[in-house]
Each structure stands twice: as structure tokens, then as C-alpha cells.
Design a binder for this molecule. Structure first.
Ligand code: BEZ
Length: 225
């Protein structure tokens, strides 16, 4: 299968998770979703990442986003690992409870479907020499379209504030005819979408400032919503 691109329908699959079996599309329902993979259970960077997602779960909930992790190990291993993650979280950032599903993917079925395997790094392999998953993130919208894909190396923990930032941008852009500039955060000024004519823009965004004929900015309409 060709590799996935932004705008593709996220491939559907059935899998065992720490919260029971799921069918991805059915599980997403009318929500947004973040599907994020990890090289393996009981590894330090992954442990910190899972704890952080657990801590940020209310932020994902607020945006109507379900989160689901994947690690290339079996369910009994995940269940034991979650205890470690909660333990680490309770010692470092207050109470942490992993209350989102983690997919068991010991044979890399889902990882292969989503092209999450590292084919290049010879150190990122299990004891049988099978490549682990890298740290990928897929943001999937309620129509099951892939809206964001990122891959991080095994050695580098992700910044989940950045994932939330992109979700804010995507959700604002879907609702209002805007795009978001460099380093934007919710509440900062936004860009009037180039497809909006100047006449329309004057009505839609009365406070708009025109810096260049193609660069018009206005207050973030999503900040008031
Ligand atoms: C980690 O999570 O610390 C890790 C996992 C696989 C390779 C390197 C680091």
C-alpha cells in the first residue's frame, strides 16, 4: 500500500487495547482523534510521554479529541507498564492515571498499516531484529481524514503542547475562513484565508489589517467561541 498522506482516509482496523477491543473508525465516532505510537513498553522516553498525555487528557477532552496510544508489545505487558507510568507520574507531576486505550501491536499489524516502522535506524529493533515503531502522531478528524502526521526519532520525546496547538489551528480553520501564522497560539491574531475576497473579508472580519495584498490579519475568532 502506498504511504499515507495528509487528506487520506485513516485506514480502519480492529485491535486489542488496554480498554478492550476496538474498531478504529467506530471508536472515533464524531470526535477528533490522536493516534500516537511508541517504540516499546518499559522504555524511559515513552514512559514520560504516556504520563504527559495522561496529564493533558482534560485538554484533549476540551477540544473533543480522543487519544489512543500504540506500542509494539502485547496487552499483558501494557497493563504492567501502565502501573509504572502512573507511579512515575505520581512522583513527578502529581497524580497521573492513564485512562485512554493503548493498542497492543506485538506483530506490528497496525504499525505496518500506518507506516510507523523505522526501516533505517539499525538500533531501533527488538530482540528478534524486527524494527520498532518510531514516535508517529496522526491527528484524524471526525470524517476520519488524516489532518496531521509527524515522526520523531526514538531518542526524542514529543511536545504534546504542539499537537494541541495544531489541533486548535485545524479546528479554527474548519470553522472560520482563516489560517494561522508562525508560532501561533489560540488567541493570537490569525490570517484571513487567501480564498476570501477583500469585499467578503471586510464584512467577515471588520477589524482586519492588510499588511500585504496577500497577508491580511484579524483577531482570532475562535478565542471568543
Ligand atoms: C525510550 O523510550 O527511551 C526509547 C525507546 C526506544 C529506543 C530509544 C529510546
Amino acid at each position: 500500500m502506498p504511504s499515507l498522506r495528509l487528506g487520506n482516509v485513516a485506514p480502519d482496523f480492529e485491535a486489542e487495547t488496554t480498554q478492550g477491543p476496538i474498531k478504529l473508525h467506530e471508536w472515533i465516532g464524531n470526535s477528533w482523534a490522536v493516534l500516537f505510537s511508541h517504540p516499546a513498553d518499559f522504555t524511559p522516553v515513552c514512559t514520560t510521554e504516556l504520563g504527559e498525555v495522561a496529564r493533558k487528557k482534560p485538554e484533549f477532552d476540551k477540544r473533543g479529541v480522543k487519544v489512543i496510544g500504540l506500542s509494539a508489545n502485547a496487552l499483558d505487558s501494557h497493563d504492567k507498564w501502565i502501573k509504572d507510568i502512573d507511579d512515575f507520574g505520581s512522583k513527578t507531576s502529581g497524580a497521573t492515571h492513564v485512562d485512554f486505550p493503548i493498542i497492543a501491536d506485538p506483530d506490528r499489524t497496525v504499525a505496518t498499516l500506518y507506516d510507523m516502522l523505522d526501516a533505517v535506524d539499525p538500533t531501533n529493533v527488538d530482540s528478534k531484529g524486527i524494527p520498532f515503531t518510531v514516535r508517529t502522531v496522526f491527528v484524524i478528524d471526525p470524517k476520519k481524514i488524516i489532518r496531521l502526521m509527524i515522526s520523531y526519532p526514538a531518542q526524542t520525546g514529543r511536545d504534546f503542547n504542539e499537537i494541541l496547538r495544531v489541533i486548535d489551528s485545524l479546528q479554527a480553520g474548519d470553522k472560520y475562513r482563516i489560517t494561522t501564522p508562525v508560532n501561533w497560539k489560540k488567541g493570537d491574531d490569525v490570517i484571513v484565508h487567501p480564498g476570501v475576497s477583500n469585499d467578503e473579508a471586510k464584512t467577515l472580519f471588520p477589524g482586519m489589517k492588510t499588511y500585504l495584498p496577500y497577508l491580511r490579519m484579524t483577531e482570532d475568532p475562535s478565542a471568543k467561541a
